[in-house]
Design a protein around this ligand. Structure first.
Ligand code: URA
Length: 192
């Protein structure tokens, strides 16, 4: 029997809601699975939910999310046309970086989401998302941003700075770099 992408994603959500594989489930208000168009060819992956995301159950709705939406618009991408999610689905207390154990306890949900959507490009927003796609290796985002990496199933991973980093470093140059990376990611979209 064939399932629709919506049905498959719903089962991921149900599994995330039942998950107790790491301590983050103890302190979360809501799980934040992801949202957007399941037929998109481009997926954006952040680190993990922050305060607003934990409150609402939606990814990237706080300040970093507003900036992400603005940057996407600037390169002609409508937020509702793409899929946005995170490596970890529960908020790390005080917005700390998720541990490697938390990241890999949760990561199979992200892999399932990518398999359901089957995009041609995944944009890794920041060092945590990038390290997930590099099997936990810590790589300097400054060194590799904008350089597409081949990943499973012919997909490209395009790393760029996390929007929170841009909020902390409000330079025109940095913003321009991220916009260039997003344009590059767009160029790898393969339709069909
Ligand atoms: N930062 C993230 O990495 N993800 C969110 O959903 C919000 C802020």
């Amino acid at each position: 029997m064939l399932f629709t992408r919506e049905e498959l994603m719903e089962t991921v959500k149900e599994r995330v809601e039942r998950c107790t594989a790491c301590p983050l489930h103890l302190t979360r208000t809501n799980v934040v699975v992801g949202e957007g168009n399941l037929d998109t060819k481009i997926v954006f992956v952040g680190e993990g939910p922050g305060e607003e995301e934990d409150k609402t159950g939606r990814p990237f709705v706080g300040r970093a999310g507003m900036l992400l939406t603005e940057l996407l618009n600037e390169v002609g991408i409508k937020r509702e046309d793409v899929y946005i999610c995170n490596v970890v689905k529960c908020r790390p207390p005080n917005n700390r970086t998720p541990t490697t154990e938390e990241m890999f306890a949760c990561g199979h949900f992200l892999l399932a989401q990518i398999e359901i959507i089957n995009p041609s490009v995944v944009v890794a927003l920041g060092a945590t998302a990038l390290s997930f796609f590099m099997d936990g290796k810590k790589v300097s985002i400054t060194k590799v941003r904008g350089n597409p990496m081949d990943w499973l199933g012919g997909k490209k991973i395009v790393p760029t700075f996390h929007p929170s980093y841009l909020l902390r470093n409000r330079s025109k140059e940095l913003r321009k770099i991220v916009l260039e990376d997003l344009e590059k990611a767009k160029s790898f979209i393969k339709e069909g």
